[in-house]
Design a binder for this molecule. Structure first.
Ligand code: FE2
Length: 592
């Protein structure tokens, strides 16, 4: 049975293909059309899914969409009636959503086929159920609590559930305008981070702040018995015409969230790209602090209703890896499964798996252990791309390549590491990564100056061999998808100085040989040379979506000051200088 899952006309549009209950391939449209957070129709992703399994669209049995404009309709109408100024926009939005509902026509047009030849059944699933489904059905558990939170989806910001067997039982919803995602976005915008997806930057800024505004920010969101409520006087009116908007060309934009009350209390908002002041850092600190308090309150409430050890979680806010790292100390949950594509691209997997298991009653068999669900490229394609670019390269055996790259990392060089299938989700996890030495004091500045050009306060992340986690971090819970932040042990902070954040934490990726043998062996080779079982890992890109194809990787390598590119079995060294101890040739190396 072939099921195509879609997230469309929503930020991070994506497609996933599920064959007999197993996710075979999944990709966000932005990686293929190179438009970050693209929110239109995922035509290229659909084609890539079909190509990956050798199918035609006429072979697809079901198409599932992680959006249902009829969900929570009574709440939407109730809100619109209570806010008459919003009614016209509400009607317009409904009309636009209706025009998008004809999935059959949209797919037929994108693939240039006759809609009469499409035999699939169509399913629409409420946004947050799709988020929870994306985590639960990919988890190893038969019974778990489910949690999803984000800015908004189908008029809901937060959902709790009990998941058992094939079914997801919704326990509670928090409806708009009350939203932790909106709270985060509002303060991000006020301190000058106005783009969709900037929340992660502010999470990195928070440790530089002080406890100046905590009392003030605490007032913006109040806890109640089952959930939370925002004080709406701090916000521009939320609802059907506010928040995130997707323009007809798929560009995702944020409307202004903060009200004049924020200006009255805190002065003028910071303009993007101007100096960050202590006020901005203190607001980021207070925001992250309150966000964590409310999040952990919600999880504790959920545990009372679903008293289980396991938690399956997704939604854009589930990318807040600092909050995730506190789950084990401050709630009774002992295990987490957080979908690697916790944001809205993950809806494609959730909708498809929910259709398979819940709607069609098929048994669960497949745990999603790795995020390597995207495109891969043959050695001959890579070699052709290198030749077209006019690069001098060496083809190497596996052991020689690993040894050469480990030697380059140990020597302080910056490596583009392009291998195997692209990761699903926003994190580079060792297949489309830039890797470097984690223990050189100036490595963060080198990476920023030469390649990444990121804000000074944003940390770089460590990838660690899983069996060394206890030795280096104060928590032992696995973090395979780089979605937990833990304290680095005091005696290891100097050794990991390039990935040790201002609050002595690291957003780690625990690497096992089962999940990524080549990356595991690379880190092992680096450990043999340096004694450090960790490499610095950042995404392979420069102010663009993470590279997908060999051509994009080569282009990024050439236009930045990366030292080395290891792409498939090929090694390219930029400006080789043997006197500095580089590996330039060996008997195992064949020059092309
Ligand atoms: Fe979402």
């Amino acid at each position: 049975m072939l099921i195509l899952g879609l997230n469309m006309f929503h930020a991070d549009a994506s497609a996933a293909i599920v064959l007999d209950g197993e996710v075979k391939f999944a990709v966000a449209e932005e990686r293929l059309n190179r438009r970050k957070h693209f929110g239109g129709f995922p035509a290229l992703a659909i084609k890539a899914c079909l190509d990956a399994v050798g199918a035609r669209i006429s072979d697809v049995d079901h198409v599932a969409v992680g959006q249902d404009s009829d969900a929570n309709l009574a709440k939407k109408v109730q809100y619109a009636l209570a806010n008459p100024a919003k009614i016209l926009n509400f009607i317009r939005l409904r009309q636009r959503k209706e025009s998008m509902r004809d999935v059959r026509l949209l797919i037929a047009k994108a693939l240039e086929v006759d809609p009469a030849h499409l035999r699939f059944q169509e399913h629409h699933l409420e946004h947050h159920i799709a988020h929870i489904a994306s985590a639960y059905y990919c988890s190893p558990w038969e019974k778990t609590a489910g949690f999803s939170y984000d800015g908004s989806g189908d008029f809901v910001s937060t959902m709790t559930a009990r998941c058992e067997g094939n079914q997801i039982e919704v326990l509670d919803r928090v409806f708009l305008p009350h939203s932790l995602g909106s709270l985060y976005t509002m303060i991000c915008e006020f301190i000058g981070y106005t783009k969709y997806g900037d929340e992660g930057k502010v999470m990195g800024l928070a440790p530089y702040g002080r406890d100046t505004y905590c009392n003030e920010v605490n007032k913006i969101v109040k806890l109640d018995g089952e959930g939370f409520r925002l004080d709406l006087s701090y916000f521009k009116p939320l609802g059907s015409n506010q928040g995130m908007q997707v323009s007809p060309d798929g560009t995702v934009k944020l409307a202004r969230h903060f009200s004049d009350l924020m200006v009255k209390l805190h002065g003028e908002p910071r303009q993007p790209h101007t100096e960050i002041t202590q006020r901005d850092m203190d607001l980021a600190f207070a925001l992250q602090h309150r966000f964590e308090e409310v999040f952990l309150h919600l999880l504790n409430q959920l545990h009372r209703r679903a008293p289980l050890e396991n938690l399956a979680m997704a939604g854009g806010c589930a990318l807040n890896s600092v909050a995730n790292g506190k789950i084990f100390d401050r709630t009774p949950f002992r295990n987490t499964y957080i979908q690697p594509a916790a944001g809205d691209e993950g809806l494609a997997i959730g909708a498809a798996l929910h259709t398979y298991h819940s709607a069609l009653g098929q048994p669960r068999r497949h745990e999603l252990k790795s995020s390597y669900l995207g495109p891969e490229f043959s050695d001959s394609r890579i070699q052709g791309a290198l030749q077209s670019a006019g690069l001098v390269f060496q083809k190497m055996h596996r052991t020689a390549l690993l040894d050469a790259v480990a030697e380059e990392i140990a020597g302080g060089n910056v490596i583009g590491w392009f291998q195997g299938r692209m990761e699903w989700g926003p994190r580079a996890l060792g297949n489309r990564s830039i890797v470097a030495h984690p223990g050189l004091p100036d490595m963060k500045d080198i990476l920023n100056a030469r390649i990444k050009h990121r804000e000074w306060f944003r940390p770089f992340a460590p990838s660690i061999l899983a069996e060394y986690q206890h030795e280096y971090f104060e928590h032992g819970h696995p973090s395979p998808f780089m979605l937990h932040v833990y304290k680095i042990r005091p005696e290891k902070r100097k050794e990991l100085c390039a990935v040790n954040h201002a609050d002595d934490t690291g957003r780690l990726q625990t690497v096992t040989r089962d999940e990524n043998p080549l990356y595991y062996d690379l880190i092992s080779a680096f450990r043999r040379k340096t004694g450090i079982p960790v490499v610095l890992n950042t995404s392979f890109n420069e102010n663009e979506p993470i590279v997908c194809t060999p051509e994009e990787a080569i282009d990024c390598f050439q236009r930045t000051r990366m030292d080395v590119l290891a792409i498939g079995p090929f090694l390219v060294v930029k400006n080789p200088q043997p006197s500095e101890g580089r590996i330039v040739a060996s008997s195992e190396v064949s020059k092309a």
